[in-house]
Write a protein of this length. Structure first.
Length: 309
């Protein structure tokens, strides 16, 4: 008799793609396991007419899934890691992370090969991300930013029906949903730094569920884990969420562990950005260290102003 494992997932197209992907991987690597999906709507899925930065809830896309874990209604929850808050509730743990997809953001436009540099003056770009907004305005203060919410297909549909010049989305989501035909260009990582955990999936379980822990260990990617550990430590030290333009990227290479992070003012007028190199076993320490360096450089003024609003 096969072991049954229940995955809790959000209901958006991308969330379902992610859950089915994890299901396939688990069943491929564990022949004695049968995986079922339980669909759960989160607060972030229900409130679509308010900017993420104004809702102010760090568990916006995860809380309902975590409640289901704590109530033993599901065995594992699959998250986009960039949605998973750095403070995991007591009784739960991040048990595994998937191999990371491409981390860049992409420009979605009717015009091909459109870049932030060659966009027309006073162009209109739609995004729901303060991280993207701040970095775009730092590079091009003339650009007009429009608020955009919804799942990936919905955002692309809204763009196609609009008079906007472009929208910006995560490359991973667009490619996973086979919507690459809409990509005008890929934004280099040194132009717009990605969100913490972008491109990776996080598997959350109940700390006491040893069977689930053993099963998901089969899909765990150690390289990605080191990378996101530094990024999440960086975010945690800065106490950032959806209300703060924070970005980070770790890259574990053959010659070392590289980490880059930034904190910016929402209007892009001020941006603190720096790099650091170290060893993978010091990933968390490296993330903390760079956060403290940026705070010392002046990023704390931005954070204080945003949190006091």
């Amino acid at each position: 008799m096969k072991q049954k494992l229940i995955i809790g997932t959000r209901t958006s197209e991308l969330a379902l793609w992610q859950a089915h992907f994890i299901k396939r991987e688990i069943e491929r690597l564990n022949k004695n396991v049968n995986v079922e999906l339980k669909l759960i709507k989160t607060k972030g899925d229900k409130i679509l007419n308010v900017a993420l930065s104004k809702i102010g809830d760090k568990g916006l896309f995860t809380k309902e899934l975590e409640v289901a874990l704590l109530n033993n209604e599901i065995d594992i929850a699959v998250h986009s890691l960039k949605d998973l808050q750095t403070e995991i509730p007591e009784g739960l743990k991040l048990a595994a992370v998937s191999k990371r997809h491409n981390v860049e953001d992409v420009i979605i436009s009717k015009k091909k090969n459109l870049t932030l540099e060659n966009l027309r003056e006073n162009a209109i770009i739609a995004t729901g991300s303060l991280r993207r907004r701040a970095q775009i305005l730092h590079l091009r203060p003339d650009i007009q930013i429009v608020e955009l919410r919804g799942n990936v297909p919905t955002r692309i549909k809204k763009y196609l029906e609009s008079n906007w010049d472009a929208i910006i989305l995560a490359r991973a989501g667009v490619e996973r949903l086979k919507l690459s035909k809409h990509i005008s260009s890929i934004i280099p990582k040194n132009v717009i730094l990605p969100a913490v955990g972008q491109g990776a999936l996080g598997i959350e379980i109940s700390s006491s569920n040893k069977i689930a822990e053993e099963i998901v260990s089969s899909i765990h990617d150690e390289k990605t884990f080191y990378e996101i550990s530094a990024e999440r430590a960086f975010l945690k030290t800065l106490e950032g969420g959806c209300q703060v333009p924070i970005a980070a990227l770790s890259e574990l290479k053959s010659n070392g562990f590289y980490f880059e992070g930034l904190v910016a003012a929402v209007d892009g007028s001020i941006l603190y950005k720096s790099k650091i190199k170290g060893k993978k076993i010091e990933a968390t320490k490296i993330g903390n260290q760079l956060a403290k360096l940026l705070i010392k450089a002046g990023a704390n003024n931005i954070l204080t102003e945003i949190y006091n609003k």
